[in-house]
Design a protein around this ligand. Structure first.
Ligand SMILES: O=C(O)C1=C[C@@H](OP(=O)(O)O)[C@@H](O)[C@H](O)C1
Ligand SMILES: C=C(OP(=O)(O)O)C(=O)O
Length: 419
């Protein structure tokens, strides 16, 4: 049932119960691609079924891979060891992982692949990745520096060294690493420019590659060596999504509740799991939080910070401007909408002026989510404590956590439907 808006009714009691986050988006989309590049049948369990993974699965099907879905959390993927040129452009919505990963993988296709997305994706930069492909002699082009990207591959590439500036997105590096194992030679991938945020996502990539038979080694803090092994089909278990877990951890501390996520907070390998230690400090969050290594958790932390004892400055978050929306702007304007002066931007820093007495107030605000799942999910946390918080376009959570509203409801949260 689709709604225009959803008003959260503060539960007025601790949230207690079991709420298991869905499978990791990042890991599911890596595993789907690697399984699609492998020859044979792979079984992915614990996987995420959401907009982002559906776009990846659909794109693989369009390139000749058989992707079956025996249940709500599994994919059975049968590849021939080669992706075929799709008949139509690959439409990937606003899925950054699918878009970046498939742009590089398209270089392994003998034929033309057009990688495209929705109006939001068409504003998200991909130029550095396209430039890196071109430097390898691959015919890749974008008119705007954003999707659509056209790649006219020959099915193979010969390169022994790839340089990439991952300053705007670590996904470029992950995309090239996954492509590299399908090349003809051992490839060294080297980071250019400033250190990238979210280095943990590169570790997720190399771990997934190894699970599908690749030989990849980190040879320095900024270089990786990938052998031309191709990929081997595998059975693969996807861990729960750490970014999704942050909303539940925050809901727990905000309501002094007890939420059993079914997974230990130390069991995650994803970068956003680092946010747990911060969330556990609430209402004494530090004065400065560096979000660079837990970028997708910043919206959660920023909304939580509004209820903290003392103000919080978020630094290292410039990349948040090129996510699903400009998240620095969306967070400062959403918080300001709740109460003028509650947050502001200073350059690319976000400063949240905390006020524990917000809890229990009635401060009606229509939160513009800019079609961004994380803006919707994080501002819902404000609605657990403040009456009158209305989330516009609540269905945008379908990007990574389609059951979000049901999951909160399962913990006792109720809504005034106004859609
Ligand atoms: O590799 C990944 O799975 C991701 C990397 C991060 O993006 P950037 O590398 O673009 O910062 C993160 O924000 C995104 O949700 C998932
Ligand atoms: C930035 C995100 O997604 P992506 O880059 O994969 O679209 C996210 O899920 O917060």
């Amino acid at each position: 049932m689709s709604k225009d808006k959803l008003t959260i009714i503060p539960p007025g009691k601790p949230l207690i119960g079991r709420a298991v986050p869905p499978g990791s988006k990042s890991i599911t989309n890596r595993a789907l691609l690697l399984a699609g590049l492998a020859k044979g049948t792979s079984r992915l369990t614990g996987a995420l079924k959401s907009d982002d993974t559906r776009y990846m699965a659909g794109a693989l099907r369009a390139m000749g891979v058989i992707v079956e879905e025996p249940d709500d959390t599994s994919f059975v993927v049968t590849g021939s060891g080669k992706l075929l040129p799709p008949q139509v452009p690959l439409f990937l919505g606003n899925a950054g992982t699918a878009t970046r990963f498939l742009t590089a993988a398209a270089a392994l296709v003998d034929g033309t692949v057009i990688v495209d997305g929705d109006q939001h994706m068409r504003k998200r930069p991909i130029g550095p990745l396209v430039d890196a492909l071109r430097s390898l002699g691959i015919d890749a082009s974008t008119e705007t520096g954003c999707p659509p990207v056209t790649v006219r591959g020959t099915g193979r590439f010969e390169a022994s060294r790839i340089q990439i500036d991952g300053g705007l997105s670590s996904q470029y590096v992950s995309a090239l690493l996954m492509m590299a194992a399908g090349g003809d030679k051992t490839v060294t991938i080297e980071l250019l420019g400033e250190d990238i945020g979210a280095l943990g996502y590169i570790d997720l990539t190399t771990a997934a590659m190894r699970a599908f038979g690749a030989k990849v080694e980190k040879t320095s803090p900024v270089t990786w060596r990938v052998e031309p092994t191709g990929y081997t089909a595998a059975d693969f278990v996807v861990e729960p999504d750490a970014s999704a877990a942050t909303y539940l951890w925050a809901a727990e501390v905000l309501t002094s509740g007890k939420i059993d996520l079914g997974v230990a907070n130390g069991a995650f390998t994803q970068p956003d799991a680092k946010a747990y230690d911060l969330i556990a400090q609430f209402p004494h969050l530090p004065a400065v939080i560096d979000g660079s290594q837990m970028q997708d958790a910043v919206p959660t932390l920023a909304v939580l910070a509004a209820f903290n004892e003392t103000p919080v400055r978020f630094v290292g978050i410039a990349n948040l401007r090129v996510k699903e929306c400009d998240r620095i702007r969306a967070l400062s304007s959403g918080l300001t909408q709740i109460r003028p002066g509650l947050a502001h931007e200073e350059g690319d820093d976000l400063i949240v002026q905390s006020d524990p007495s917000l809890a229990g107030e009635r401060l009606p605000a229509n939160i513009d989510t800019f079609a961004d799942h994380r803006i919707a999910m994080s501002f819902a946390l404000a609605g657990l404590k403040i009456a009158g918080i209305t989330i516009l376009d609540p269905d945008c959570v379908g990007k990574t956590f389609p059951a979000y509203w049901r999951t909160l409801a399962g913990l006792g949260v109720t809504y005034a439907d106004e859609g």
